[in-house]
Design a protein around this ligand. Sequence first.
Ligand code: DQA
Length: 146
Amino acid sequence: MSGRLLIVHGPNLNLLGTREPDVYGTATLEDANDVCRAAAEAGGFAVDIVQSNHEGALVDAIQAAQGTAVGIVINPAAYTHTSVAIADALAAVGLPVVEVHLSNVHAREPFRSHSYVSPHASAVIAGAGIQGYRFAVEHLAALLSD
Ligand code: DQA
């Protein structure tokens, strides 16, 4: 095992599967987590997975990754577009970050094109559905194995 990856899911992602399936697909959060686990295991990593609808809980989880995780995959959901606190937490821990969005945020409302998180991410994956999590974990695994 080469270490632990923290997977962070933001608000409303607990509703995946039933939430706006035309936008987010029909896969559930557990399906997304299975994708993360499989990709991490294939790369020799373990995962810790957090979902919260609360900004402070997400900040706490990111802070706690310092010393326990070697990289972070995060879908900050709506907080992508609003949260300086999450961006600051990512900057503070200084771990490699991959930002994931199920939908192509750039093809949606203009406010979704701005991300406070992207400046702290080594890669951003949008529009690939839950496979985006696989790409994110594979990218982190490659980055960390270099
Ligand atoms: C999302 C895109 C965000 O704009 C939205 O608020 C979400 C999900 C996505 O995965 O496509 O909740 O991050």
